[in-house]
Design a protein around this ligand. Structure first.
Ligand code: AMP
Ligand code: GLY
Length: 423
């Protein structure tokens, strides 16, 4: 079979790599892909101006969508109308990621455990609410823009002034445009975050959700969780504190009510679902849904998947996920991200990337996020440049392997967190 992977980041490199490992896959086409997919066996990047529907028809592809934007724009409906198989939720279900007000309503309607919240459409009302909160309680408040905001739509306000500034910049100054015209204001939850990626196949009241091994992103720029938020500085899988007890709680308090809701809402959801969780003692709260795989969680999780990923994607798309046995390797993966100095602020690009032979000894896999290939050489093009996905029999060994792997990679201004997976 042939597969078409849509997207151009580190997540899509990992998806294309894992699909290409399947003996049943002939070719993986990446649209537009990146330097990583260009170098992968059986993978070919296709030009940005190619009509994807015509291409998928001609090459008889199963299409796998990486990022949320095409899903929100309705790519799944357009492919299915043409009888083309595709992995992704329909446009209605994609609102679970595109609108936080929508996803909060869904969580509340179906009893998915989450932070208590209120939705505001009016500036004065939102302001009154934050004033009232800080006049009676001295705990932070979380202010969220409703729409897609590329990681810039959530403020954890410690003081009234911070909260008022956030409300004002979202609703009055419209720093996120329409995305911030509606706000969700919710209780602060203290705890540790974890992500569960899952395969979902729901169509006409039938179907199931198959969760993957747990993962943890590290969003802050510097060691110890300090500094500004980023697109993700590295991930581990599985998460040591996602104990069997937490897992059981996730199943009953988050997964089962979500499954019920997806069925009752009548979504055609044959794709991936990401649960962003806060763990507190042995209980989980849902912070957010994403309607895709996570980045960089995918780069840590897919190397642990023992099952054939292409077969899984087929089972999602044709509605046979319930019969699919999802198997995982024992051990752990640590996947730190190497970034350009200055990221997430201003940074320089165009530096050659050198990779020493020593990398092969660690067995680590490089996933490219922001690099170009010219005359067979890699050059940086982005803030997040690449991840090394290093396996170990346990997390400590995976971390050691990742450190060894990173010492074999170099480019001008390269930096990375040294504490991925240490807490
Ligand atoms: P979200 O896009 O809703 O996942 O929020 C982005 C980030 O903000 C999360 O990964 C958390 O670090 C933080 N966050 C969101 N909601 C809360 C909450 N209720 N309590 C504490 N932190 C939160
Ligand atoms: N790592 C968080 C996300 O993919 O949204």
């Amino acid at each position: 079979m042939n597969i078409l992977v849509i997207g151009s980041g580190g997540r899509e490199h990992a998806i294309a790599w894992k699909l290409a490992l399947s003996p049943r896959v002939e070719r993986v086409f990446a649209a537009p892909g990146n330097a990583g997919t260009a170098m992968e066996k059986k993978c070919v990047n296709i030009a940005p101006d190619v009509n994807l529907i015509e291409f998928a028809k001609k090459k008889e592809c199963l299409t796998v969508v990486g990022p949320e934007a095409p899903l929100v724009q309705g790519i799944v409906e357009r492919f299915r109308e043409q009888g083309l198989p595709i992995v992704g939720p329909d446009k209605n279900a994609a609102q679970l990621e595109a609108s936080k007000a929508f996803s909060k309503r869904f969580m509340e309607k179906y009893g998915v455990r989450c932070a208590k919240s209120r939705t505001f459409f009016d500036f004065d009302e939102a302001n009154r609410s934050v004033k009232q909160h800080f006049s009676t309680r001295n705990v932070p408040l979380v202010i969220k823009a409703d729409g897609l905001a590329a990681g810039k739509g959530v403020v954890v306000a410690e003081t009234l002034i911070e909260a008022e500034n956030a409300v004002s910049s979202f609703m009055k100054d419209e720093i996120l445009g329409n995305a911030g015209k509606t706000l969700i204001i919710e209780d602060f939850l203290d705890g540790k975050e974890a992500s569960i990626l899952a395969a979902v196949s729901i169509n006409d009241e039938n179907g199931c959700i198959a969760p993957f091994v747990s993962a943890r992103d590290h969003k802050r720029r510097f060691d110890g969780g300090m500094g500004p938020n980023t697109g993700g500085m590295g991930a581990i899988a599985p998460v040591p504190d996602f104990s069997p007890c937490v897992q059981a709680d996730f199943q009953t308090s988050i997964l089962e009510p979500t499954l019920k809701g997806l069925k009752q809402e009548g979504f055609d959801y044959r794709g991936f679902l990401f649960f962003g969780l806060m763990l507190k003692d042995d209980t989980c709260f849902l912070l957010e849904y994403n309607v895709r795989l996570g980045d960089p969680e995918t780069q840590a999780v897919l190397p642990l998947m023992e099952s054939d990923f292409a077969a899984l994607c087929l089972a999602i798309s044709d509605g046979t996920l319930g019969n699919f046995r999802l198997l995982w390797k024992k051990g752990a993966v640590c996947a730190p991200v190497a970034v350009s100095d200055g990221y997430p602020g201003k940074y320089h690009t165009g530096f050659p990337i050198t990779i020493r032979a020593k990398l092969a000894q660690t067995g680590a896999k490089l996933f490219i996020a922001g690099a170009d290939i010219r005359d067979g050489k890699l050059f940086t093009t982005g803030g997040r440049v690449l991840a090394v996905s290093a396996y170990g029999a346990d997390l400590a060994l995976a971390r050691q392997n990742a450190a060894d792997a990173l010492s074999a990679v170099a480019f001008d201004g390269m930096d990375f967190r040294r504490d991925i997976g240490s807490e």
